[in-house]
Ligand binder design. Structure first.
Ligand SMILES: CC(C)(COP(=O)(O)OP(=O)(O)OC[C@H]1O[C@@H](n2cnc3c(N)ncnc32)[C@H](O)[C@@H]1OP(=O)(O)O)[C@@H](O)C(=O)NCCC(=O)NCCS
Length: 175
């Protein structure tokens, strides 16, 4: 990372689940300010419960998980080739280029699995995340006015963003 710490990025294995639960349990409210807390064991169980529809990368530092990026690949035939993106880092690892590295790494399986489109939702005030996604060529396609009630008690806008993968196969060409 930018500060010289060495983080290992790799595929998630189900044996890592407890460490993922621990990472989310260790996030203070500030780190999940623009998310959908609480990230309980039940939520993590649901997230990683169907591994065949998921591509998950995790970042390890000192045997602890400090980053989690995943693509949920929609199983329905009418959503074939589309996926939702989620990324979360431990707060001690923000602003070090880690999510840039994780999304770069995640683009490999996304391409090899011939994904066509990646979707995400982000709160408009989460400027760092919006910047990150735009850096990876995601486009804002819509703004959901006042769709998110923040911890400040105010409503905030949510952005729908998408990326069409350049080398993806269109459904008509797909085998
Ligand atoms: C959003 C998040 C994933 C970003 O990860 P990160 O590893 O800190 O991001 P990186 O260090 O790779 O890149 C940060 C970029 O944002 C920029 N940035 C930092 N603060 C910013 C701000 N307030 N506004 C705009 N850009 C900002 C940095 O300069 C850097 O840009 P650059 O690569 O062009 O120099 C991370 O902060 C996080 O996990 N946040 C909490 C969970 C979350 O909000 N997830 C997204 C839910 S949709």
């Amino acid at each position: 990372m930018k500060d010289g710490r060495f983080v290992v990025i790799g595929d998630f294995q189900i044996v890592d689940k407890e460490k993922l639960v621990e990472m989310y349990a260790s996030l203070p409210s500030e780190a999940v300010r623009w998310g959908m807390p609480p990230y309980t064991r039940d939520v993590i169980d649901r997230w990683v419960g169907n591994l065949q529809n998921l591509t998950i990368l995790i970042a390890f530092y000192d045997d602890k998980i400090v980053g989690h990026a995943q693509l949920y690949k929609f199983p329905h035939p009418r959503r074939r080739g589309t996926a939702d993106l989620v990324i979360y880092l431990h707060q001690d690892f923000h602003n070090q280029g880690l999510s840039t590295a994780m999304l770069t790494e995640l683009s490999q399986p996304a391409r090899s699995e011939r994904l066509h489109r990646i979707n995400l939702h982000v709160i408009a005030d989460n400027e760092q995340a919006v910047h990150l996604y735009e850096k990876f060529s995601f486009t804002i396609e819509g703004r959901m006015k006042d769709s998110y009630l923040g911890e400040d008690g105010k409503y905030h806008d949510e952005l729908a963003m998408f990326l069409i993968l350049p080398s993806s196969t269109s459904p008509n060409q797909a085998p």
